[in-house]
Every structure is written in C-alpha cells, then in structure tokens.
Design a protein around this ligand. Structure first.
Ligand code: SAM
Length: 473
C-alpha cells in the first residue's frame, strides 16, 4: 500500500503506485489541457509530483516537449545560473562480494585485477588530483566487509583531507559506498563527508533481485532504505541515482521521484543530488545483454523532466557520457560534472599497464580537466570548484533555504568565480587562463549586491597578487 511517510521501501516505492502512475501517464500523454496545467504548475518552480512529471515524460507531442525543454533550461538558469560544479571520482577498492550482473566488480569475475589503495597510494593519487586542480572528490568502492571496512574508509577520508600539496587541497569528500548501518553513517558524517551517494540501480524490486543475485546487496529493502538510515545518522546531503538500462526508464523515473518525495516527507529535506548514469561497456559486461538501454533523446528528456520536477536538487553527469551528450544535457539541467576521471583503482598518479586494468566501466570523455574547464568556459559556463556550503554548515534544509531565498547569486556565483580564479592561477594552461580571466571579469559584474561585488573584486586581487586562497561566502 503506497505510503510516502512509511519507513518501509515496499510502501514508499509501492509497485502498484508506479504501475498506476504509468497507466495514468499513458492515458494522459496527449491530454493537452492536463499537460498545459502541469507545465503551468512547473513554472512556479515548486516541483511536480511523480504522477505529474510522469505525464510529461510520456508526452510524445513535439510542441509540448519543446516547452518542457525551454522550461527546464530556464529553471536551470534561475537556480544554478551558468555555474557547473567540478569533481572527480577516486576509486579506493574494487574488491567486492556482490554478484551484480552489470558490474565488472562482481565476485565471480576472476580475471579483473583486484586492488585496494593503501594510505600511501591514496596520498599519491590525491596529490595527482590536486595537481590537476580538483577540490572535490567522490570516493567509490565495491562492497567487501572484510577488506573495505568502515575503519578503512574513515582512515582514507582523514588521509585525503590532511594532504596539502602546494596550493592544493581536497575540500569536500563525497562517498559512494554500499548501504550500511545508522552507526556507520554517523561515523562518516563525523569524518566530514559531504554527500552520501548510493544508486538504487533499479526501483523494480523483481528485477533488482535478479540483477543482484548474491551478496549483501541482494537485500532490496536494506538497500532502498539506506538513505533513511543515512539521514538518521545525521547525513542530510544524500545523492540518489538509477542505472539507466537495467529496467524500463519510465518505471525508474517514477521510482526516483517517489524516493525524493519520501525523503522530503519523512525528513523535511529531499535529495541533494540525483545522478543519471547509463549502463556502459566494462571488463566482462556487454550493455547489449540488457534490454532496456535508452537513446540520447530519451536521456535528454529524462534530464529535463527531473530538472523541472525537483528544481532544488543538483544533477550529476559522469564521464560515462561523451562530450556531445554532456553538452546537450548541461543546458537541460545538469549542475555537476566530473573531469579528467579515471574509473580504475589507482590511475591518476600513474596509468595502469594494459594487463592490469581495474576499471569499473569505459570512460567516454577522455579529456583532461583543463580541456573540460576550457570547453565549459567557451560555452559561457563557469566551472566552479566551490565547496563552501558544506564547509559553512549549509547542508540539508539550510542549503535548500539558501536556494529558495534567491541569495544564490550573491553567494554561489562569487564563490564560483573565486575558486575558478584559484584554478586558473595554479593549474590552468595559458590558453585556458586567458579565456577564464576574461570570463571572470565579465561575470563579476553579475554579482547583484554592490558590497558583495566589492569583496569579490578584492579577493580576486588577493588570489592573484598575494597568493591567498580559500575565500568563500
Ligand atoms: N558498491 C557500491 C554499491 O554497492 O552501491 C557502489 C559503488 S560503484 C563503484 C558505483 C556505481 O557504478 C554503481 O552503483 C553502479 O550504478 C555503477 N556501475 C556499475 N557497473 C556499471 C557499468 N557497467 N556501467 C555504468 N555504471 C556502472
């Protein structure tokens, strides 16, 4: 029985409710009157229910879809301006005892080299990441309670935050690791993580059980209720995602929004981010073996519909996608992207030899961070290395109220400019620096508050002339 407030996954992701939602969306996908009223509601920027958003996703009418894309672009601009937050994944370990059929780290894969970074390896990787210019990491690991212990994660986080190489620093560590206990989430919070990320993979319980035949991840309810435990453990920035390609995308879309609605209802704060990974080729994984792959147009429509359904939630895209796809969805709602990524365990400090490849999936965007930063700026985006909100305690509902108060332009915009300036001074190629300096000069004029603008100008001068770093609003 559907109950958005229930703590049981079977109730807040009720299968019957999703089926009814899909039937309702099918019945109404060409109901212009209803579609217009949903678009009008979305224009108020308060979001949409999973039913309403599912109607828009199902709508085949070209003219209405154009309106949906335009609105998504507008909402993106209103909430996130032209800033794009930069991050990189850091794979700590690919030891895994699960049997996920789509992931090359599954326990039955006997030929993929298994690796776990030591604290010394982590130091080297982090220095290499700092030397690229990264300030924000997403830690990734397989599930292996004996090797990848909570103690190991806590030590790794401590190591990462402690490394200060030249002007470099990792200022925000997010983590994407298997579902765990409230006590462990509390420990991660105390260790200073930013977002706890866990992809649902699929909300379709029956498929989930087949796709995860063995290992602790087989427990659908434990996995689906993980964000509730994370919130109970004090983590109020959580990141959702499904792996598109595993089950039918319209089912996943409704489930994703129902999950967001549940967190909002139960804890008063929705997800901080939503990721939209698509299944990729990997060591012993052929995406062709899975029936539910989605094309680029469908992918773009999903991004646009998520954008207007949950305007306050950041959206992340990884290097699973190529430059062209990334460019298209940046306009429609993506607010964070990775750059210069390696999906192997180790690989930033030195490339893995051909016969020792430990990658989780093939990367489709192989450009360096400098190239990605330049490409963004050439499209008039501001690559942002900002980590201020979390460090100023603006997480969960405090972050949401900043969004809702409209103060983002006086806060996030200056922070983006100042952290971009640091990047340009310390890491950029001369060509990237020249483009960036022109962009910063132009964009400083767009800080609405006069006092804030003066502070930004002074801080930019201090970054350039006095080698000062880490200013933030
Ligand atoms: N082990 C953690 C867990 O239990 O959820 C998650 C870490 S895993 C390194 C990160 C994510 O990569 C997974 O949640 C999955 O969605 C994604 N992934 C796995 N195999 C993939 C593939 N072949 N292509 C694209 N993404 C994949």
């Amino acid at each position: 029985m559907y109950d958005v407030n229930s703590k049981c996954a079977d109730d807040f992701i009720d299968h019957g409710e999703i089926l009814e939602t899909l039937a309702y969306a099918d019945e109404n996908k060409e109901n212009i009157e209803l579609i217009d009223s949903i678009i009008e509601k979305a224009k108020k920027r308060k979001g949409l229910s999973h039913r309403e958003a599912s109607v828009l996703l199902a709508c085949p009418l070209e003219e209405k879809n154009e309106e949906i894309y335009r609105l998504a672009e507008q909402i993106k601009k209103d909430f996130y301006g032209n800033r794009i937050v930069m991050f990189a994944p850091l794979y700590l370990s690919n030891y895994c005892i699960n049997g996920c059929t789509y992931c090359p780290y599954h326990a039955k894969n006997k030929h993929i080299p298994r690796k776990q970074l030591s604290q010394e390896d982590i130091r080297r990787e982090v220095i290499a990441l700092q030397d690229m210019g990264h300030k924000r990491l997403a830690l990734e690991a397989g599930e292996d309670p004996v090797r990848n212990t909570m103690e190991y994660y806590l030590k790794s986080i401590e190591t990462i935050y402690s490394i200060k190489h030249k002007n470099g620093a990792i200022r925000r560590v997010n983590i994407n690791i298997a579902a765990t206990t409230v006590d462990n989430y509390r420990l991660l919070k105390e260790a200073g993580i930013g977002t706890y990320i866990l992809f649902q993979e699929t909300y379709h319980k029956e498929s989930y059980l087949e796709l995860h035949p063995t290992g602790p991840k087989h427990d659908y309810n434990y996995h689906t209720e993980a964000m509730d435990r994370a919130m109970e453990g004090g983590i109020d920035d959580v990141g959702l995602g499904v792996l598109f390609g595993l089950d039918k995308y319209r089912y996943e879309f409704a489930g994703l929004l129902m999950h967001a609605e549940h967190l909002e209802a139960a804890f008063g704060v929705g997800p901080h981010t939503i990721s939209v990974p698509r299944l990729k080729h990997a060591d012993d994984i052929d995406p062709g073996d899975f029936d539910n792959g989605i094309d680029d147009d469908t992918f773009a429509k999903i991004v646009a519909c998520i954008r207007i359904a949950v305007p306050y939630t950041g959206m992340i895209i990884s290097t699973r996608e190529n430059q062209k796809t990334r460019e298209r969805v940046l306009h429609l709602g993506i607010s964070q992207i990775s750059g210069g990524s390696r999906t192997s365990v180790g690989g930033y400090y030195e490339q893995e030899p051909e016969d020792e490849k430990s990658e989780q999936f093939d990367v489709s965007d192989n450009r360096t961070l400098d190239e990605v930063v330049r490409w963004l700026m050439e499209m008039d985006y501001i690559p942002s290395f900002c980590t201020a909100c979390y460090r100023e305690g603006r997480t969960g509902d405090r972050f949401m109220s900043l969004c809702k108060s409209g103060q983002i332009q006086n806060c996030c915009h200056p922070n983006a400019l100042m952290t971009l300036k640091e990047y340009l001074m310390d890491y950029a190629s001369p060509e990237t620096k020249a483009i960036g300096d022109r962009l910063i000069e132009k964009e400083t004029l767009n800080v609405p508050n006069e006092k804030a603008r003066a502070v930004v100008l002074e801080n930019l001068r201090l970054i350039e002339q006095d080698n000062r770093r880490d200013f933030r609003f």
